[in-house]
Ligand binder design. Structure first.
Ligand code: TA6
Length: 292
């Protein structure tokens, strides 16, 4: 398969590799940034702008096996988020992240960024994921409901972005201070806005609704901020599993909770998207690093 991909999409800075587990990944290496994107789940597994530390976090215990989710990078949660509403046997966060997507296109842009796209069809939706790897990582999730669909259809989506941090105890997230949120630790409890930056001292799992805010992750240990901008997304999910939940996850190192957190650009729950036949929706997230 990679030979045909390499022939069809042979552009400078792009190659395809097959991993030990038999997965195919696109390896992007341009003068301005590096990235790895698996066909499994159209999953951005690594992103590192030139002159910067890696932006995305990946568990050392992640599986890289067909039909298994990858623990880190940017899982695409679609067409539902979290547990399925009615089917307890359905995979958490939907089926998009555990299927093989088709590689559709690759373009080296004049600024040396590279834009690649992958596609699949799920539950009657056509889905295209486009990533532009450059000074920023721009991710676009485009969902279409075909003209010939018999009725409108709703979906949830999240770009479940795992970010690499120096020490969870010293970082903070700005941008959501004025938002109420749903606390998902131990249930689903509505909570009022804290009025201050988010800091971590225990498991934290929050869904902020009706917010288009940019989030800024301040990381003094790495002397940087990571900025997560978004468009056409009204949910932001913030998560760190802390100690006990980390220990319960087989594909997550017991001590890895100290070095990561998730800021997820999403449309979930009351912010789910409903498409009429022929309609399309594109959610965009942009991740970049700046000075502290
Ligand atoms: O986005 C936060 C969350 O919903 C957490 O509750 C936690 O379950 C996390 O996603 C990881 O989910 P996963 O199915 O990838 O283990």
């Amino acid at each position: 398969m990679i030979n045909s991909l390499q022939e069809k999409f042979s552009i400078p800075g792009l190659r395809f590799e097959t991993t030990e587990g038999g997965l195919v990944k696109a390896v992007i290496d341009t003068p301005i940034a590096k990235a790895e994107i698996y066909l499994l789940g159209a999953h951005v597994a690594a992103y590192q702008p030139a002159g910067s530390k890696p932006i995305l976090w990946m568990s050392a215990k992640s599986l890289f096996e067909e039909s298994k989710p990858i623990r880190g990078g940017v899982p695409i949660c679609f067409p539902w988020f979290g547990a399925h509403a009615t089917d307890p046997k359905a995979p958490a966060h939907g089926s998009a992240r555990t299927r093989i997507w088709d590689f559709l296109s690759a373009v080296l842009n004049p600024d040396n960024s590279m834009t690649v796209s992958m596609g699949t069809a799920i539950d009657g939706f056509s889905v295209v994921f486009t990533a532009t790897v450059g000074e920023k990582l721009k991710m676009e999730l485009t969902v279409s409901l075909p003209e010939d669909a018999s009725e409108s259809k709703s979906f949830e989506a999240a770009l479940h972005t795992y970010l690499s941090v120096s020490d969870i105890h010293t970082v903070s997230i700005e941008g959501l201070e004025s938002n109420d949120y749903i606390d998902k630790v131990g249930g689903t409890t509505p909570k009022t806005a804290e009025g201050k930056a988010i800091r971590f001292s225990a498991e934290l799992d929050r869904v902020y609704q009706n917010t288009a805010a940019t989030c800024i992750l301040r990381d003094p240990g790495f002397n940087r901020s990571i900025v997560v901008e978004k468009q056409n997304s009204l949910s932001t999910v913030v998560w760190n599993p802390w100690i006990a939940k980390s220990a319960r996850m087989p594909d997550f190192g017991d001590d890895e909770w100290k070095e990561m957190l998730c800021i997820e650009s999403a449309n979930v729950g009351g912010c789910a998207i409903t498409l009429s036949p022929g309609q399309t929706h594109t959610m965009i997230a942009m991740v970049s690093a700046t000075a502290l």
